[in-house]
Design a protein around this ligand. Sequence first.
Ligand code: SAM
Length: 248
Amino acid sequence: SSTFYVVATPIGNLLDLSQRAIEVLRQVDLIACEDTRHTGRLLSAYNIKNKTLSLHDHNERQRQDYIAELLQQGKSIALVSDAGTPLISDPGFHVVRHLREQNLTVVPVPGACAAIAALSVAGLPTDRFAFEGFLPSKSGARQAKLSELASEPRTMVFYDAPRRAIDTVQDINDVLGGNRQIVIARELTKTFETIHADSAENILAWLDGDPNQLKGEMVLIIEGAHIDPNDIPEVAIKTLKLLLSEMK
Ligand code: SAM
């Protein structure tokens, strides 16, 4: 019967494509992909010959009716993104919502996801975590986002561009303090895979001293805030100080 498969693809190492993913990509009538040329390379590596259709942030809403129609005609479709799991900081959300609203069958074919891969080796608590996607690229907005998260107790997972890493870690230093633990997971599953954990302060020095760390792709993980229930909140201290000054 007609199914819309959401298929995870490798995040670097081509072998990280499941047997089931290969089978589904072979058998569907059409593969909707973020970038047909990029996916074309993956398909040819596996000798999969199938039709592709581009589906990215800019045409997703236009294509959703067409995709629903094909499914209603009994066709099966797979969705892939350039790397990892579709919808995770990648296109697909609008289509999946649209298809589910029409009670069409949407099925996951799970596999690689950079955030989860990074978390699985970071050595920071994983019982609860917050996926925050990409941090803003401008420093002001990034600092505002970080201060919003300053008392977040869960481990926080971000996608970031390594060329911005020094600026980002500098902002973490300034907003969350130099003692906050950070893990940088760069080029996962690829030749120059690096997983490095240290305090924000030490990570900054490490990045400054090694320009190679500013290449490729990376996941940044920040340890959650340790909140001491006996700590008096900052606003309370400010209010008390103000009251004290009024009493003089
Ligand atoms: N959907 C993808 C997933 O499931 O991981 C993420 C897509 S998002 C547009 C791309 C970002 O994922 C990159 O900027 C980087 O932060 C992260 N990423 C992807 N592949 C990676 C890898 N091999 N190593 C480290 N980070 C990676």
